[in-house]
Design a protein around this ligand. Structure first.
Ligand SMILES: [Zn+2]
Ligand SMILES: [Zn+2]
Length: 137
């Protein structure tokens, strides 16, 4: 895990308690929280933080590439501090979203897609299923 202060410095962003706290929270969770969940967490640490500040901060961090948005479910926007290439597993029952290692799918046919369909900007495999906790024993 990289120190949030260093990450912000690398991107030339001002160091604010909100930015540090949000980065820190996202780095520590693998649960891909929504903006509301981020705001809820932050209010325990920094009770004076408005929702608008949280949304603005998330947008700023996204714009410089320190976090990414995950938009696999309609109307749900989640945030991910894992900005390395990876895939996702989504549970249809509880909505839980887990990271899958990039290597799991071997070599993806990017060249073939490029020649057949056009330029590829991003590739990600979304696996939908039912997580172990939601499966009946
Ligand atoms: Zn589940
Ligand atoms: Zn992820």
């Amino acid at each position: 895990m990289v120190d949030p202060v260093r990450l912000l410095e690398q991107k030339g962003l001002k160091i604010t308690p909100q930015r540090c706290a949000i980065l820190n929270f996202l780095q520590q969770t693998t649960g891909h929280p929504t903006a509301d969940q981020v705001a809820e967490y932050l209010n325990r640490d920094l009770p004076m933080t408005s929702r608008a500040t949280v949304y603005n901060t998330l947008n700023t961090l996204r714009d410089v590439g320190l976090i990414s948005e995950v938009t696999h479910e309609p109307g749900v926007l989640r945030y991910d501090a894992n900005i390395g290439r990876h895939h996702h597993f989504i549970c249809k029952t509880c909505g839980r979203l887990d990271d899958l290692d990039w290597e799991m799918f071997g070599k993806l046919p990017v060249e073939q897609i490029t020649s057949q369909y056009g330029r590829v900007d991003q590739v990600e495999v979304i696996v939908r299923g039912i997580c172990r906790e939601c499966q009946p024993d």
